[in-house]
Every structure is written in C-alpha cells, then in structure tokens.
Design a protein around this ligand. Structure first.
Ligand SMILES: [Zn+2]
Length: 227
C-alpha cells in the first residue's frame, strides 16, 4: 500500500543541546551555530535537569542514560540522525584544582553512553564568558560599562560573574538579567567579536576546541553515514 513517500532516503544530522535552563541552552545554540556554520538550523534542545557535576558514580551513569534517551528521542522526532550532544552545566566556583578531573569524568560517562558528546562546564558560570566581550556588552546597552579592572583578565577567576554584570557593568534602570545572555551572545556574533575574546577563560577555550572537533568530525561523520 505504500506510495513510497513515507520514508526519507537521507536523514540530516542534528546536534542536541542540554542545559540547566532555557537561557543556557539558547546561548549554547547561538554559539554552536556561529562557530560551526554546518550546524546552522541543525541544533535542537532538550530539557533535562543535568545534574552531572556532583553526581556519584552510580547516579552519573543513570542520569547520563536518561539524558541520552531524551537526546535520541529528540532526534527521532526530527527524523534525523543524532550527530552529537552538548551538555552544559555551570561549575559555580572559580577555576582550580580538580576541575579538569570533573570535566574528564563526566565527559567519559557521556561518550561511553552516546559515542559522541561534549561536556561544557562553564567556569564559574556562563556569565563569565560574556565578560570576555566588553565591547559587545557596552554596545548591547549603551549605559553599560565594563570596569578596566574586569577587562583582559582570566574571567574564570571571578567568583560571581553574574554579580559583576548586575552591580559593576550595568547601572541604574537597565540592569543585567539572565534572559539577556542569549541576546548578548547574538550581539557578540553579529558584531564579529566571537573569535577575538578579551582576556581568557579555560572553559571558553575548551568549548571552542570541542566545537571545532565536532564540526570537523562528528557532524561531518553523521552526514556521511546517512548519505
Ligand atoms: Zn561532537
């Protein structure tokens, strides 16, 4: 009875993004599509509480399994192959000893379950990445000003980047709010600043390296598998 139109011959790859809240997921999607044009229109989100950083070994495997199930189901809904998964979490403390270990442990669990995956652990939270782009912040709201002492620094050493944004960068009536983050990342991309951060943050460098590797290998591989 089939008329031959129900099954698609090729299935485009999708990259799934998981993160603690909608602002983080949207921010990550904007960054992925900017840093890897092949991902444009191919990044989809899932909601998951993503509590991997502090999970015990047994909990970690269980939580990763749940996340993987949701990611696979999302790809099925898109009638697409699952090329890769980016999972975001905030470290909630400054950079230091033990961070690389957490990163490696969670990453290993994700890759074991999914084959291709990346664990994006922002140090200390995603707002620290915004502080790498003072010019974009000042263009986003003209009254905002990034103090000189916050520029050109390791933003992973700032204990409370959100507070810096709400109490040092933004003043008066138009204070920074969490829902600004995706729009500021969009501004950074549109202004062409994305590849030229001011200062440093180890988690930003790791993330950019992961996207480069994903773009070159995972997304391309998934595309090849289906053609
Ligand atoms: Zn990947």
């Amino acid at each position: 009875m089939s008329r031959g139109t129900g099954v698609r011959a090729t299935r485009n790859p999708v990259v799934v993004v998981a993160g603690e809240d909608g602002n983080d997921r949207r921010s990550l999607r904007i960054l992925l599509e900017a840093l890897c044009p092949q991902m444009r229109g191919r990044v989809v989100e899932i909601s998951d509480s993503v509590r991997l950083r502090l999970a015990t070994e047994a909990n970690l495997a269980d939580r990763v399994a749940v996340l993987a199930r949701k990611a696979r189901a999302r790809a099925v809904r898109e009638r697409a192959d699952l090329a890769c998964v980016f999972v975001h979490e905030d470290l909630d403390s400054v950079d230091g000893d033990g961070v690389a270990e957490i990163q490696a442990r969670v990453c290993r669990a994700l890759v074991t379950e999914l084959g291709t995956a990346h664990y994006v652990l922002s140090i200390s939270e995603m707002e620290a990445w915004l502080l790498l782009f003072p010019n974009s912040l000042e263009t986003f709201v003209s009254s905002w000003n990034v103090p000189a002492k916050r520029q050109g620094k390791d933003t992973g050493s700032f204990g409370d980047p959100k507070k810096i944004l709400t109490h040092e960068v933004s003043m008066g009536a138009r204070r920074y709010r969490e829902s600004d983050a995706p729009e500021i990342f969009e501004k950074i991309v549109n202004l062409g600043h994305i590849k030229t951060p001011s200062g440093s943050n180890r988690s930003w460098d790791l993330f950019c390296g992961d996207v480069e590797c994903c773009c070159a290998d995972h997304v391309r591989l998934a595309g090849k598998r289906t053609s």
